[in-house]
Ligand binder design. Structure first.
Ligand code: NAD
Length: 486
């Protein structure tokens, strides 16, 4: 069993209280790690270490020197690729090919991409006229915001954490990370990488624990934290926003979604089925950008439902290291209970269960894991809880529609606004619908195709602010204007 401690000022430290909590494998529910729970003293020490680094060696580096270190971090992650794959698989139980092809390489890329961004993005300058005719010159400089509190979820832990760390560090900030209590492994491993590469002590700190009355709340309430970046549930975002209002700290929020997939009858049918299958069931449906509401134009509705059903019934359950496995468990028993409660609610609300709706028959010790079946419903009104609320599981409700206007209204009838995926071969319509769906990210004939330089974030209750490319600089730096009278 792994022992995971907090990482403060370049050292692994157990909490003075001696408090530890367990991490169980999603695959078979065995205990796989014991984690030290940071209390207020450890959070305070981490924030102090981050502050000291800001005013120490790290703060004195040139942009080029910082960028070189971040390239080194990316390369060291790649060198220790198997360790990261193994750590992430242990935490999430997801198939190794997803770790190998998406989550870990993208984690390394997050350091390189933002190192390039800070090197190459200019700041603005304005010349202005003055009454004496000599004029003045304004130019902007960007400075790091300071100590950034980074609060992470469990669904793609390494990718989502590095998505924040890459730009935060590239911009010259220091960080205190609070990984999800469900997925502490890769954040701990990254401490070894930072030390191996020579990132100064205190630049990267990790405090483990939970949310309320634990490390998450202690960190977000800490007056030494200058800004908070958070990915997680909308409800948690509201609690963090209250904490951030003390001291007027800035926030960047990537929150929940109840995303619509829209399939027109003229779509490339097989590509649309594949796309919606991925968007509903990848990572066992635990993707914020995932599709839990699918709207299919009536002429192809029945055929589409049957095709998606066949694919959902063909998933291969298995341990992450089993190369034949295409589908993993949910993150935890607690989340399994939540998802199954929605499966029961769908039936109570009168859904037709096209496929799934329960727990698969798993062999041996896997029977103890957090497995649930991929599930498809039809026949529910838009007012049903499973059509309105984010479930964050491998499930979707499919409804027919008859017109473009109707489907745009259906897609927009939600408090969330993260992403949508639109399938059609009519280009004019694709652009038209994309402009009218109230979300931060729209994919046409694709899903989860990410260029890290583009804006990422949600509308409505799905988030505050945008990250990605230059947009990340807006959050992770302060822009100062200097006005020179000529
Ligand atoms: P969560 O909100 O339960 O927890 C996220 C993190 O916040 C954890 O580290 C948790 O310990 C911490 N936390 C909880 N309460 C806190 C508090 N009061 N103060 C400070 N920290 C607190 O979310 P989760 O279950 O880990 O992740 C799933 C959610 O994340 C889903 O809603 C999903 O849509 C969302 N998500 C959004 C995006 C996006 O980019 N928009 C990406 C991934 C996940």
């Amino acid at each position: 069993m792994r022992q995971i401690d907090n990482f403060i000022a370049g050292e692994y430290r157990a909490a003075a209280s001696g408090r530890r909590f367990e991490k169980r494998s999603p695959v078979d529910n065995t205990v796989i790690a014991s984690i030290s729970e940071a209390g207020r003293p450890e959070v305070d020490a981490a924030v102090q270490a981050a502050r000291a680094a800001l005013h120490g060696e790290w703060g004195g580096l040139t942009t080029d020197q910082r960028v070189e270190l971040l390239y080194g971090v990316a390369n060291e992650i790649t060198r220790r690729f198997e360790d990261f794959v193994e750590a992430e698989m242990a935490d999430t139980g997801q198939p190794s090919h997803v770790m190998r092809h998406v989550f870990i390489p993208r984690g390394a890329a997050n350091f390189k991409v933002f190192a390039d961004v800070v090197k190459n993005v200019p700041t603005e300058a304005f010349q202005m006229a003055t009454p004496d005719g000599a004029g003045a010159l304004n130019y902007a400089i960007r400075v790091p915001k300071g100590v950034i509190g980074v609060i992470c979820p469990w669904n793609a832990p390494f990718l989502l954490m590095t998505w924040k760390l890459g730009p935060a560090l590239a911009c010259g900030n220091t960080v205190v990370v609070k990984p999800s209590e469900e997925t502490p492994n890769t954040a701990a491993l990254l401490g070894e990488v930072m030390n191996a590469v020579g990132v100064p002590k205190g630049v990267y700190n990790v405090v483990n624990g939970f949310g309320p009355d634990s490390a998450g709340a202690f960190l977000t309430q800490h007056p030494g934290v200058d800004a908070i970046t958070f990915t997680g549930e909308t409800r948690t975002g509201a609690a963090i926003m209250k904490a951030a209002s003390e001291g007027m700290r800035d926030v960047s929020f990537e929150l929940g979604g109840k995303n619509a997939g829209i399939v027109f009858a003229d779509a490339d049918f097989d590509a649309a089925v594949d796309g919606i299958f991925r968007s509903a069931f990848l990572n066992t449906g635990q993707v914020c950008l995932g599709t839990e509401r699918v709207y299919v134009e009536r002429p192809i509705f029945e055929r589409f439902v049957q095709a998606l059903k066949l694919k959902a019934e063909a998933v291969k359950y298995g341990r992450p290291e089993d190369h034949a496995a295409s589908y993993g468990p949910l993150i935890s028993q607690e989340h399994k209970c939540k998802v199954l409660s929605y499966y029961a609610k769908a039936v109570e609300e009168g859904a037709t269960v096209v496929t799934g709706g329960g727990v698969p028959d798993m062999p041996g010790e896997l029977a103890e894991g957090a497995w649930v079946q991929p599930t498809i419903w039809t026949g529910l009104p838009e007012t049903a809880a499973v059509v309105r609320e984010e479930i964050f599981g491998p499930c979707c409700h499919i409804r027919p529609f008859d017109s473009e206007q109707e489907v745009v209204a259906l897609a927009n009838a939600t408090d969330y606004g993260l992403s949508t995926t639109i399938w059609t071969t009519n280009l004019a319509r694709a652009h038209r619908v994309a402009a009218r769906v109230e979300v931060g990210i729209t994919w046409i004939n694709s899903w989860f195709l990410r260029d890290l330089r583009t804006a990422f974030g949600g509308s409505k209750q799905s988030g505050i602010g945008r990250e990605g490319g230059v947009h990340s600089l807006e959050f992770y730096t302060e822009t100062r204007n200097v006005c020179v009278k000529l």
